[in-house]
Design a protein around this ligand. Structure first.
Ligand code: Y12
Ligand code: CO
Length: 172
């Protein structure tokens, strides 16, 4: 099913999501619905809190070389933990919960992430560049953070100005 996406500034997005304890069919159904939703909305990453479920589960699907997304390129990430991080890079981020706004955010260039898959099997992944950004952006959601909170002061001011315009445009 395609689920509704919670959008900024809804307070739901500020919740701290709880670790997944049961890798059961209910979790699998949620992950499947999240994937259908993410693809329908042209997303490449989605955290459970963005569909209103405060559990530490997220999806990343950057697609293959042609950018084609499928279950083969999908990564289902449950209870992620960063083991290592280094370097720095800037990337123009967007978020399904902050529609129509994109801006540059500074993140770690490389991260080593430990997480579990939908069957409770542990994985450790070294991520760089776009995949590293995706892990950091989505894990932020699990701790109640949205990427616009990481903008520097100048960019934050730009966001606030643009966001007001966007709201007016939507209200009509
Ligand atoms: C108009 C509008 O709001 O468009 C979109 C905004 C965001 C997104 C998706 C954002 C997304 O998947 N972010 C995941 C986090 C992430 C950001 C940067 C790099 C890695 C991971 C898609 C939109 O839809 C279209 C048609 O482009
Ligand atoms: Co996001």
């Amino acid at each position: 099913a395609i689920l509704d996406i919670v959008t900024y500034p809804n307070k739901i997005l500020k919740q701290i999501s709880k670790p997944v304890e049961r890798f059961d069919s209910e979790l699998h159904k949620l992950l499947d619905d999240m994937y259908e939703t993410m693809i329908a909305k042209n997303g490449i990453g989605l955290a459970a809190i963005q569909v209103g479920v405060p559990i530490r589960a997220l999806l990343i699907d950057l697609g293959d070389e042609e950018g084609k997304q499928s279950k083969d390129t999908l990564i289902e990430v449950i209870n992620p933990e960063f083991l290592e991080w280094d370097g720095s890079l800037k990337y123009n981020e967007g978020c399904l919960s902050v529609p129509d706004y994109f801006d540059e955010v500074e993140r770690y260039k490389k991260v080593k992430v430990k997480f579990f898959d939908r069957f409770g099997k542990e994985h450790i992944v070294d991520a760089e560049d776009l995949l590293s950004v995706a892990f950091q952006h989505e894990t932020d959601h699990l701790d109640g953070h949205v990427f616009i909170e990481r903008l520097d002061y100048i960019k934050r001011k730009k966001f606030e100005k643009e966001w007001k315009k966007l709201l007016k445009k939507r209200k009509k």
